[in-house]
Design a binder for this molecule. Structure first.
Ligand SMILES: *Cc1c(COP(=O)(O)O)cnc(C)c1O
Length: 389
């Protein structure tokens, strides 16, 4: 069975992890710092904070952006539930604007309209869907005009580039950017995430929140008579300055992520080649087109086909089963967040974002990952041509 996505692991990864196990430092050692520095320098941001998962990163980013009861986070319905759950964790309200039908990314126009209608939006969270970067200048301008900050969900987009050529994560158009290192993403840490920013206050806050809210770096102590004695600070002393979490990542995970990171550009180049081959192979299909046409700037996290199942006179379930019988795994990215029971109970209705619903009815992700061999891709192409024409 060929899955829709899978990690690539080789001997260098295995050795990197084993080296950490032999080193004696399992958590918060040199590999965490090294991985943060590597990603920070690669994307071109000032600061990076590694955390236990992309979801943990989104949660801390929401807190550092000042979300809480009485404020709202606006995002795209076509994302994983973690993006908007980050608002719910803080007691804030999630809200949604529709997608652009040609990119499946948050529409700047729909975002402007939604921001004009709800004055409590404090964070706009664009998702670089499938690895294709959003129109950040337009989204940033819309957020600025509404007094909101931007937190990018770049779980799909490590290594991708904005239209201006900058790397996703440089935070030229946002306050923070969040990455994920779950095994299906560009590089694997097992589980892991990272938040990048150019804002020192945000950076310091993220460091504290990642570890129980206890002071970090040179955070000043609050309780003077406990913290020092005779003008000298007590070596045993620390303070919890706010309620934080235990969202740290381990050296074991960062060693793996670093080994993977050294091959990121190679991973992306292979994914792009595979995506372009799919584009060419399926160009003649009547009821089918790629969900995203732009290939040059993407991180190529997913290859999503848009299939007019009604025109094809075959249901999506039927197509998925027929492909499965031919050894091909497929998936739907995503069920719009607004369609889930929890979000319905908050008052959201699928009809509120019609372009997202239209996309959802047609979407099907087919296998795209570094280890997909030429022979396996030929097998996928042959099966799709059989089933979808
Ligand atoms: C994977 C993913 C996340 C969550 O990342 P984890 O590391 O699994 O917590 C968030 N948003 C999007 C769009 C994702 O694909």
């Amino acid at each position: 069975m060929i899955p829709y996505g899978r990690q690539h692991i080789d001997e260098r990864d295995v050795e990197a992890v084993v080296d950490v196990l032999r080193s004696g430092l399992l958590t918060q050692g040199p590999k965490v710092d090294a991985f943060e520095a590597a990603v920070r320098d690669y994307v071109g941001a000032k600061y990076a904070v590694a955390v236990a998962s992309g979801t943990a990163g989104l949660h801390l980013a929401s807190m550092a952006a000042g979300l809480g009861p009485g404020s709202a986070l606006l995002t795209s319905p076509i994302t994983f539930v973690a993006t908007s759950n980050a608002a719910l964790y803080t007691g804030a309200r999630p809200t949604f604007a529709d997608v652009d039908p040609t990119t499946v990314n948050l529409s700047p126009e729909a975002t402007r309209v939604a921001l004009a209608a709800s004055r409590d939006v404090r964070v706009v969270s664009p998702v670089h869907f499938g690895g294709l970067p959003c129109d950040m200048p337009a989204l940033k301008a819309a957020a600025d005009a509404a007094g909101a900050v931007v937190v990018e969900d770049a779980a799909h987009a490590l290594g991708a580039r904005y239209a201006d050529g900058g790397r996703v994560g440089n935070c030229q158009h946002s306050l923070m950017t969040v990455f994920s290192f779950h095994p299906v993403k560009a590089i694997a840490a097992g589980e892991g995430g990272m938040v990048t920013t150019n804002n020192e206050d945000v950076y310091r806050r993220l460091l504290r929140l990642r570890s129980h809210g206890i002071n970090k770096l040179d955070d000043a102590f609050v309780v003077a008579d406990e913290s020092s004695e005779g003008g000298q600070s007590n070596p045993w002393y620390y303070e919890m300055l706010e309620l934080g979490y235990h969202y740290r990542i381990t050296d074991i995970q960062c060693a793996l992520a670093l080994a993977q990171f050294s091959r990121l550009d190679e991973f992306i180049a292979r994914r792009r080649l595979l995506a372009e081959r799919y584009d060419a192979a399926f160009a003649g299909l009547e009821h089918c087109r790629p969900a995203q046409g732009e290939r040059a700037r993407s991180g190529h996290h997913l290859y999503v086909m848009r299939i007019d199942f009604a025109g094809l006179k075959r249901s999506r379930s039927d197509v998925m089963r027929a492909l499965r019988e031919r050894g091909i795994g497929t998936q739907v990215h995503y069920i719009p967040v607004t369609n889930h029971p929890v979000y319905r109970s908050l008052g959201w209705r699928p009809e509120g974002t019609p372009d997202a619903q239209h996309y959802y009815r047609e979407a099907l992700s087919i296998p795209l990952f570094f280890d997909l061999s030429d022979d396996e891709q030929a097998q996928v192409i042959a099966a799709v041509l059989q089933v979808v024409s």
